[in-house]
Design a protein around this ligand. Sequence first.
Ligand code: HEM
Length: 399
Amino acid sequence: MTNLSRRRLLASSGAAAAGATLPLWTWSPSASIAGTGAGLDPDHVWDVRADPVIERLYGEGIDKVAEVNEILKSWTTNDQPLPGGLPGYLVDFIEEARRLPAWADQGKLKLAGTFNEEKYGFFLALLYTLGSGLISCAIKREAWSVYYSYGGSDMRDRIAKTTVLGYDVMDAQGWTASGRLMVNSVKTRMVHAAVRHLLPQSPHWSSVGAGQKIPISQADILVTFHSLGTWVMKKFTEWNIEPTQELADAFLHAWNVDLHLLGVQEQYLPKDWSAAYSQYDQVMGPATGGTREGVELAQALLDSVIGEGNPLLRHELESLGRYVIGDAYADMIGFDKDPLLASLWATTVPLLVTSYQSTVPNIPIVSNLLPEAVHTFIKIYFSPGDPAPITLPLGNRPQ
Ligand code: HEM
Protein backbone atom coordinates (compact mmCIF):
# COMPACT_ATOMS: atom_id res chain seq x y z
CA MET A 1 0.00 0.00 0.00
CA THR A 2 0.99 3.56 -0.28
CA ASN A 3 2.54 5.92 2.13
CA LEU A 4 -0.56 8.08 2.50
CA SER A 5 -0.43 10.36 5.50
CA ARG A 6 -3.09 12.63 6.93
CA ARG A 7 -0.71 15.54 6.32
CA ARG A 8 -0.57 14.81 2.58
CA LEU A 9 -4.34 14.51 2.34
CA LEU A 10 -4.90 17.74 4.22
CA ALA A 11 -2.38 19.52 2.03
CA SER A 12 -4.04 18.28 -1.13
CA SER A 13 -7.62 19.01 -0.07
CA GLY A 14 -6.50 22.52 0.78
CA ALA A 15 -5.48 22.83 -2.85
CA ALA A 16 -8.63 21.28 -4.27
CA ALA A 17 -10.81 23.29 -6.56
CA ALA A 18 -14.52 22.54 -6.44
CA GLY A 19 -15.81 19.82 -8.75
CA ALA A 20 -14.27 18.99 -12.08
CA THR A 21 -16.62 20.75 -14.42
CA LEU A 22 -14.86 22.37 -17.33
CA PRO A 23 -15.78 25.96 -18.22
CA LEU A 24 -17.91 26.98 -21.17
CA TRP A 25 -16.10 25.94 -24.36
CA THR A 26 -15.16 28.98 -26.41
CA TRP A 27 -12.15 27.66 -28.35
CA SER A 28 -13.00 28.10 -32.01
CA PRO A 29 -12.79 25.27 -34.57
CA SER A 30 -11.22 27.83 -36.91
CA ALA A 31 -8.05 27.36 -34.82
CA SER A 32 -8.13 23.62 -35.48
CA ILE A 33 -6.58 21.41 -38.12
CA ALA A 34 -10.04 20.97 -39.67
CA GLY A 35 -10.39 24.78 -39.77
CA THR A 36 -14.11 24.36 -39.32
CA GLY A 37 -16.57 22.39 -37.20
CA ALA A 38 -19.77 22.57 -35.22
CA GLY A 39 -17.80 23.88 -32.24
CA LEU A 40 -19.64 21.53 -29.87
CA ASP A 41 -18.22 21.47 -26.37
CA PRO A 42 -15.83 18.46 -26.45
CA ASP A 43 -16.78 17.68 -22.89
CA HIS A 44 -20.08 16.43 -24.29
CA VAL A 45 -18.47 14.46 -27.10
CA TRP A 46 -16.97 11.00 -26.66
CA ASP A 47 -15.88 8.59 -29.40
CA VAL A 48 -18.84 8.18 -31.73
CA ARG A 49 -17.06 5.57 -33.85
CA ALA A 50 -15.30 3.39 -31.25
CA ASP A 51 -17.84 3.46 -28.41
CA PRO A 52 -20.67 1.54 -30.14
CA VAL A 53 -18.20 -1.04 -31.48
CA ILE A 54 -16.73 -1.75 -28.04
CA GLU A 55 -20.20 -1.67 -26.48
CA ARG A 56 -21.24 -4.37 -28.93
CA LEU A 57 -18.18 -6.46 -28.10
CA TYR A 58 -18.86 -6.34 -24.35
CA GLY A 59 -22.48 -7.20 -25.17
CA GLU A 60 -21.21 -10.54 -26.47
CA GLY A 61 -19.92 -11.40 -22.99
CA ILE A 62 -16.68 -11.06 -21.08
CA ASP A 63 -15.33 -14.35 -22.47
CA LYS A 64 -15.56 -12.86 -25.94
CA VAL A 65 -13.58 -9.79 -24.79
CA ALA A 66 -10.92 -12.08 -23.30
CA GLU A 67 -10.79 -14.02 -26.58
CA VAL A 68 -10.29 -10.79 -28.54
CA ASN A 69 -7.48 -9.82 -26.15
CA GLU A 70 -5.77 -13.13 -26.82
CA ILE A 71 -6.03 -12.69 -30.58
CA LEU A 72 -4.83 -9.08 -30.52
CA LYS A 73 -1.74 -9.95 -28.46
CA SER A 74 0.00 -11.02 -31.64
CA TRP A 75 -0.90 -7.79 -33.45
CA THR A 76 2.02 -5.52 -32.60
CA THR A 77 3.59 -3.67 -35.53
CA ASN A 78 2.21 -0.89 -37.71
CA ASP A 79 2.43 -2.78 -41.00
CA GLN A 80 1.16 -6.11 -39.68
CA PRO A 81 -2.14 -7.43 -41.03
CA LEU A 82 -4.76 -8.12 -38.37
CA PRO A 83 -4.76 -11.71 -37.14
CA GLY A 84 -7.75 -13.84 -38.08
CA GLY A 85 -10.61 -14.74 -35.78
CA LEU A 86 -11.81 -11.25 -34.82
CA PRO A 87 -15.49 -10.29 -35.22
CA GLY A 88 -16.09 -8.57 -38.58
CA TYR A 89 -17.40 -5.32 -37.04
CA LEU A 90 -14.18 -5.03 -34.99
CA VAL A 91 -12.00 -5.67 -38.03
CA ASP A 92 -13.86 -2.90 -39.91
CA PHE A 93 -13.29 -0.49 -37.06
CA ILE A 94 -9.59 -1.29 -36.57
CA GLU A 95 -8.81 -1.15 -40.29
CA GLU A 96 -10.33 2.33 -40.41
CA ALA A 97 -8.81 3.50 -37.12
CA ARG A 98 -5.24 2.43 -37.91
CA ARG A 99 -5.01 4.60 -41.04
CA LEU A 100 -3.03 7.81 -40.74
CA PRO A 101 -5.01 10.95 -41.60
CA ALA A 102 -4.47 12.46 -45.05
CA TRP A 103 -2.73 15.46 -43.47
CA ALA A 104 -0.08 13.32 -41.71
CA ASP A 105 3.33 14.44 -42.92
CA GLN A 106 6.02 11.72 -42.83
CA GLY A 107 8.78 14.33 -42.96
CA LYS A 108 7.47 16.06 -39.84
CA LEU A 109 6.97 12.76 -38.03
CA LYS A 110 10.57 11.86 -38.78
CA LEU A 111 11.79 15.23 -37.62
CA ALA A 112 9.75 14.94 -34.40
CA GLY A 113 11.62 11.69 -33.81
CA THR A 114 14.87 13.60 -33.30
CA PHE A 115 13.44 14.92 -30.03
CA ASN A 116 14.18 11.62 -28.40
CA GLU A 117 17.82 11.94 -29.22
CA GLU A 118 20.61 13.24 -27.04
CA LYS A 119 19.91 16.91 -27.59
CA TYR A 120 16.50 17.06 -25.91
CA GLY A 121 16.04 13.44 -24.85
CA PHE A 122 17.16 13.86 -21.24
CA PHE A 123 14.95 16.89 -20.62
CA LEU A 124 12.01 15.25 -22.38
CA ALA A 125 12.38 12.19 -20.16
CA LEU A 126 12.80 14.30 -17.01
CA LEU A 127 9.80 16.47 -17.83
CA TYR A 128 7.55 13.58 -18.79
CA THR A 129 8.37 11.53 -15.68
CA LEU A 130 8.80 14.06 -12.88
CA GLY A 131 6.49 16.50 -14.67
CA SER A 132 3.60 15.14 -16.71
CA GLY A 133 3.50 11.82 -14.84
CA LEU A 134 2.93 13.72 -11.59
CA ILE A 135 0.56 16.29 -13.08
CA SER A 136 -1.63 13.41 -14.31
CA CYS A 137 -2.31 12.69 -10.61
CA ALA A 138 -3.55 16.26 -10.20
CA ILE A 139 -6.01 15.98 -13.11
CA LYS A 140 -9.11 15.12 -11.16
CA ARG A 141 -11.05 13.06 -13.66
CA GLU A 142 -7.96 11.22 -14.83
CA ALA A 143 -7.04 10.36 -11.25
CA TRP A 144 -10.56 9.10 -10.52
CA SER A 145 -10.96 7.07 -13.68
CA VAL A 146 -7.50 5.54 -13.49
CA TYR A 147 -7.95 4.75 -9.79
CA TYR A 148 -11.33 3.03 -10.13
CA SER A 149 -10.68 1.22 -13.40
CA TYR A 150 -8.98 -2.16 -13.50
CA GLY A 151 -5.51 -0.77 -14.02
CA GLY A 152 -5.86 1.29 -10.82
CA SER A 153 -4.61 -1.67 -8.86
CA ASP A 154 -1.23 -1.38 -10.61
CA MET A 155 -0.75 2.35 -10.81
CA ARG A 156 2.83 2.46 -11.88
CA ASP A 157 2.02 0.35 -14.90
CA ARG A 158 -0.92 2.62 -15.73
CA ILE A 159 0.74 6.00 -15.37
CA ALA A 160 3.96 4.81 -16.94
CA LYS A 161 2.14 3.43 -19.97
CA THR A 162 0.45 6.75 -20.69
CA THR A 163 3.74 8.63 -20.39
CA VAL A 164 5.63 6.05 -22.39
CA LEU A 165 3.07 6.29 -25.18
CA GLY A 166 3.49 10.06 -25.08
CA TYR A 167 7.26 9.66 -25.21
CA ASP A 168 7.02 7.23 -28.14
CA VAL A 169 5.14 9.86 -30.13
CA MET A 170 8.56 11.57 -30.35
CA ASP A 171 10.29 8.41 -31.51
CA ALA A 172 10.87 8.26 -35.26
CA GLN A 173 10.95 4.49 -35.04
CA GLY A 174 7.43 4.43 -33.57
CA TRP A 175 5.88 5.62 -36.83
CA THR A 176 7.77 3.28 -39.18
CA ALA A 177 6.39 0.06 -40.65
CA SER A 178 8.04 -2.01 -37.92
CA GLY A 179 7.15 0.47 -35.14
CA ARG A 180 4.34 -0.05 -32.65
CA LEU A 181 2.91 3.37 -32.03
CA MET A 182 -0.03 3.16 -34.43
CA VAL A 183 -1.07 -0.24 -33.08
CA ASN A 184 -0.70 0.86 -29.45
CA SER A 185 -2.66 4.04 -30.10
CA VAL A 186 -5.56 2.18 -31.69
CA LYS A 187 -5.52 -0.36 -28.84
CA THR A 188 -5.54 2.55 -26.36
CA ARG A 189 -8.51 4.08 -28.18
CA MET A 190 -10.33 0.77 -27.70
CA VAL A 191 -9.32 0.62 -24.00
CA HIS A 192 -10.70 4.13 -23.47
CA ALA A 193 -13.99 3.07 -25.10
CA ALA A 194 -14.00 0.02 -22.80
CA VAL A 195 -13.53 2.29 -19.77
CA ARG A 196 -16.52 4.37 -20.93
CA HIS A 197 -18.54 1.15 -20.94
CA LEU A 198 -17.27 -0.29 -17.65
CA LEU A 199 -16.57 2.59 -15.29
CA PRO A 200 -20.15 3.90 -15.02
CA GLN A 201 -20.96 0.45 -13.59
CA SER A 202 -18.53 1.00 -10.70
CA PRO A 203 -20.27 1.91 -7.44
CA HIS A 204 -17.50 4.47 -6.85
CA TRP A 205 -17.86 6.37 -10.09
CA SER A 206 -21.11 8.18 -9.32
CA SER A 207 -19.66 9.57 -6.10
CA VAL A 208 -16.48 10.96 -7.65
CA GLY A 209 -17.20 11.77 -11.28
CA ALA A 210 -18.41 15.27 -10.30
CA GLY A 211 -21.43 14.98 -12.53
CA GLN A 212 -19.69 13.37 -15.47
CA LYS A 213 -21.73 10.28 -16.36
CA ILE A 214 -19.44 8.85 -19.03
CA PRO A 215 -15.68 9.18 -18.50
CA ILE A 216 -12.93 10.18 -20.95
CA SER A 217 -14.66 12.82 -23.05
CA GLN A 218 -12.80 14.42 -25.96
CA ALA A 219 -12.10 17.36 -23.63
CA ASP A 220 -10.52 15.00 -21.09
CA ILE A 221 -8.18 13.59 -23.74
CA LEU A 222 -7.20 17.12 -24.75
CA VAL A 223 -6.42 17.92 -21.10
CA THR A 224 -4.12 14.90 -20.86
CA PHE A 225 -2.43 15.88 -24.10
CA HIS A 226 -1.84 19.38 -22.73
CA SER A 227 -0.38 17.92 -19.53
CA LEU A 228 2.11 16.06 -21.72
CA GLY A 229 2.91 17.81 -25.01
CA THR A 230 1.87 21.41 -24.34
CA TRP A 231 3.13 21.55 -20.77
CA VAL A 232 6.51 20.14 -21.86
CA MET A 233 6.80 22.71 -24.67
CA LYS A 234 5.94 25.51 -22.21
CA LYS A 235 8.61 24.18 -19.87
CA PHE A 236 11.18 24.03 -22.69
CA THR A 237 10.46 27.70 -23.30
CA GLU A 238 10.61 28.59 -19.60
CA TRP A 239 13.94 26.77 -19.23
CA ASN A 240 15.33 28.35 -22.39
CA ILE A 241 15.81 25.07 -24.20
CA GLU A 242 13.39 25.99 -26.88
CA PRO A 243 13.70 23.94 -30.05
CA THR A 244 13.67 25.62 -33.45
CA GLN A 245 10.25 26.60 -34.77
CA GLU A 246 10.44 23.79 -37.32
CA LEU A 247 11.13 21.20 -34.66
CA ALA A 248 8.49 22.59 -32.31
CA ASP A 249 5.94 22.39 -35.14
CA ALA A 250 6.94 18.81 -35.86
CA PHE A 251 6.47 18.00 -32.17
CA LEU A 252 2.91 19.33 -32.26
CA HIS A 253 2.24 17.60 -35.55
CA ALA A 254 3.26 14.21 -34.15
CA TRP A 255 0.98 14.76 -31.17
CA ASN A 256 -1.91 15.74 -33.44
CA VAL A 257 -1.49 12.60 -35.54
CA ASP A 258 -1.47 10.51 -32.39
CA LEU A 259 -4.52 12.30 -30.97
CA HIS A 260 -6.27 11.48 -34.24
CA LEU A 261 -5.36 7.80 -33.71
CA LEU A 262 -6.74 8.09 -30.18
CA GLY A 263 -10.06 9.18 -31.68
CA VAL A 264 -9.99 12.95 -31.14
CA GLN A 265 -11.90 14.84 -33.85
CA GLU A 266 -9.96 17.17 -36.13
CA GLN A 267 -12.11 20.14 -35.13
CA TYR A 268 -10.44 20.00 -31.68
CA LEU A 269 -6.82 19.51 -32.77
CA PRO A 270 -4.87 22.79 -32.50
CA LYS A 271 -3.37 23.83 -35.82
CA ASP A 272 -0.38 25.63 -34.25
CA TRP A 273 1.20 26.34 -30.89
CA SER A 274 -0.70 29.53 -30.32
CA ALA A 275 -3.97 27.62 -30.78
CA ALA A 276 -2.65 24.89 -28.45
CA TYR A 277 -1.73 27.40 -25.75
CA SER A 278 -5.12 29.06 -25.84
CA GLN A 279 -6.83 25.67 -25.51
CA TYR A 280 -4.44 24.80 -22.65
CA ASP A 281 -5.33 28.04 -20.85
CA GLN A 282 -9.00 27.25 -21.16
CA VAL A 283 -9.01 23.68 -19.87
CA MET A 284 -6.02 22.97 -17.63
CA GLY A 285 -6.91 25.09 -14.59
CA PRO A 286 -10.45 23.81 -14.05
CA ALA A 287 -9.44 20.21 -14.78
CA THR A 288 -6.88 20.07 -11.98
CA GLY A 289 -7.15 19.91 -8.21
CA GLY A 290 -6.44 17.81 -5.16
CA THR A 291 -8.18 14.46 -4.68
CA ARG A 292 -7.51 11.57 -2.30
CA GLU A 293 -7.14 9.28 -5.30
CA GLY A 294 -4.59 11.58 -6.94
CA VAL A 295 -2.49 11.81 -3.77
CA GLU A 296 -2.52 8.03 -3.51
CA LEU A 297 -1.67 7.62 -7.18
CA ALA A 298 1.35 9.90 -6.87
CA GLN A 299 2.63 8.00 -3.84
CA ALA A 300 1.98 4.66 -5.52
CA LEU A 301 3.96 5.88 -8.48
CA LEU A 302 6.94 6.70 -6.25
CA ASP A 303 6.50 3.42 -4.34
CA SER A 304 6.61 1.39 -7.46
CA VAL A 305 9.72 3.05 -8.83
CA ILE A 306 11.81 3.46 -5.66
CA GLY A 307 10.13 0.91 -3.42
CA GLU A 308 8.04 1.52 -0.32
CA GLY A 309 9.71 3.32 2.54
CA ASN A 310 12.94 4.97 1.39
CA PRO A 311 11.96 8.25 3.08
CA LEU A 312 15.09 10.23 2.21
CA LEU A 313 15.09 9.39 -1.45
CA ARG A 314 11.32 9.94 -1.58
CA HIS A 315 11.74 13.34 0.03
CA GLU A 316 14.47 14.26 -2.47
CA LEU A 317 12.39 13.19 -5.47
CA GLU A 318 9.29 14.91 -4.12
CA SER A 319 11.13 18.18 -3.77
CA LEU A 320 12.62 17.88 -7.25
CA GLY A 321 9.14 17.02 -8.54
CA ARG A 322 7.84 20.13 -6.77
CA TYR A 323 10.52 22.25 -8.46
CA VAL A 324 9.61 20.79 -11.87
CA ILE A 325 5.80 21.01 -11.68
CA GLY A 326 5.55 24.07 -9.44
CA ASP A 327 3.89 24.59 -6.07
CA ALA A 328 0.29 24.64 -7.27
CA TYR A 329 0.35 21.11 -8.74
CA ALA A 330 2.70 19.83 -6.02
CA ASP A 331 0.25 20.99 -3.33
CA MET A 332 -2.58 19.20 -5.12
CA ILE A 333 -0.77 15.88 -4.82
CA GLY A 334 0.46 16.61 -1.28
CA PHE A 335 4.18 16.59 -2.09
CA ASP A 336 6.82 17.53 0.48
CA LYS A 337 8.05 21.10 0.75
CA ASP A 338 11.68 21.63 1.64
CA PRO A 339 13.12 25.15 1.33
CA LEU A 340 16.72 23.92 1.42
CA LEU A 341 16.28 21.38 -1.35
CA ALA A 342 14.13 23.85 -3.27
CA SER A 343 17.03 26.28 -3.46
CA LEU A 344 19.39 23.46 -4.39
CA TRP A 345 17.19 22.52 -7.37
CA ALA A 346 16.73 26.16 -8.26
CA THR A 347 20.51 26.34 -8.69
CA THR A 348 21.22 22.90 -10.13
CA VAL A 349 18.59 22.68 -12.84
CA PRO A 350 19.45 26.04 -14.48
CA LEU A 351 23.11 24.96 -14.36
CA LEU A 352 22.15 21.83 -16.21
CA VAL A 353 20.32 23.91 -18.76
CA THR A 354 23.24 26.32 -19.16
CA SER A 355 25.62 23.44 -19.72
CA TYR A 356 23.26 22.22 -22.37
CA GLN A 357 23.45 25.59 -24.08
CA SER A 358 27.23 25.57 -24.19
CA THR A 359 28.78 25.10 -27.61
CA VAL A 360 29.55 21.45 -27.02
CA PRO A 361 26.54 20.15 -25.16
CA ASN A 362 27.11 16.86 -23.44
CA ILE A 363 23.93 15.95 -21.68
CA PRO A 364 25.13 12.60 -20.30
CA ILE A 365 27.94 14.40 -18.46
CA VAL A 366 26.17 17.54 -17.32
CA SER A 367 23.10 15.62 -16.28
CA ASN A 368 25.30 14.11 -13.58
CA LEU A 369 24.59 17.35 -11.76
CA LEU A 370 21.38 15.62 -10.77
CA PRO A 371 21.70 12.77 -8.29
CA GLU A 372 21.94 9.26 -9.58
CA ALA A 373 18.52 8.58 -8.07
CA VAL A 374 16.91 10.80 -10.68
CA HIS A 375 18.55 8.88 -13.51
CA THR A 376 17.52 5.61 -11.94
CA PHE A 377 13.99 6.90 -11.52
CA ILE A 378 13.72 7.85 -15.19
CA LYS A 379 15.34 4.61 -16.31
CA ILE A 380 13.05 2.37 -14.30
CA TYR A 381 10.02 4.45 -15.22
CA PHE A 382 10.67 3.97 -18.91
CA SER A 383 11.63 0.33 -18.77
CA PRO A 384 8.87 -1.63 -17.14
CA GLY A 385 10.66 -4.87 -18.04
CA ASP A 386 8.85 -6.86 -20.62
CA PRO A 387 6.01 -4.43 -21.37
CA ALA A 388 2.62 -6.03 -20.93
CA PRO A 389 0.49 -5.78 -24.07
CA ILE A 390 -2.33 -3.24 -24.00
CA THR A 391 -5.49 -5.25 -23.42
CA LEU A 392 -9.16 -4.46 -22.91
CA PRO A 393 -9.99 -4.48 -19.20
CA LEU A 394 -12.32 -7.28 -18.12
CA GLY A 395 -13.80 -5.29 -15.24
CA ASN A 396 -13.25 -2.35 -12.93
CA ARG A 397 -10.77 -2.13 -10.07
CA PRO A 398 -11.38 -5.06 -7.75
CA GLN A 399 -13.15 -3.77 -4.59
C1 HEM B 1 -5.58 3.35 -20.60
C2 HEM B 1 -2.71 6.54 -22.84
C3 HEM B 1 -6.03 9.96 -21.97
C4 HEM B 1 -7.84 7.08 -18.53
C5 HEM B 1 -4.56 3.89 -21.34
C6 HEM B 1 -3.48 3.16 -21.94
C7 HEM B 1 -2.64 4.05 -22.53
C8 HEM B 1 -3.21 5.36 -22.34
C9 HEM B 1 -1.34 3.76 -23.27
C10 HEM B 1 -3.37 1.65 -21.98
C11 HEM B 1 -2.76 1.07 -20.75
C12 HEM B 1 -2.98 -0.41 -20.70
O1 HEM B 1 -4.05 -0.80 -20.32
O2 HEM B 1 -2.11 -1.17 -21.04
C13 HEM B 1 -3.40 7.74 -22.87
C14 HEM B 1 -3.01 8.92 -23.62
C15 HEM B 1 -3.96 9.88 -23.40
C16 HEM B 1 -4.92 9.30 -22.48
C17 HEM B 1 -1.74 9.04 -24.48
C18 HEM B 1 -4.10 11.27 -23.94
C19 HEM B 1 -3.24 11.92 -24.66
C20 HEM B 1 -6.77 9.49 -20.91
C21 HEM B 1 -7.74 10.26 -20.18
C22 HEM B 1 -8.23 9.46 -19.20
C23 HEM B 1 -7.59 8.17 -19.32
C24 HEM B 1 -8.12 11.69 -20.50
C25 HEM B 1 -9.27 9.76 -18.16
C26 HEM B 1 -9.78 10.94 -17.89
C27 HEM B 1 -7.43 5.80 -18.84
C28 HEM B 1 -7.92 4.61 -18.17
C29 HEM B 1 -7.28 3.52 -18.79
C30 HEM B 1 -6.41 4.08 -19.80
C31 HEM B 1 -8.93 4.58 -17.03
C32 HEM B 1 -7.49 2.04 -18.51
C33 HEM B 1 -6.86 1.58 -17.27
C34 HEM B 1 -7.16 0.13 -17.05
O3 HEM B 1 -8.13 -0.16 -16.42
O4 HEM B 1 -6.37 -0.69 -17.51
N1 HEM B 1 -4.39 5.23 -21.61
N2 HEM B 1 -4.56 8.02 -22.19
N3 HEM B 1 -6.71 8.23 -20.38
N4 HEM B 1 -6.54 5.45 -19.82
FE1 HEM B 1 -5.61 6.70 -21.06
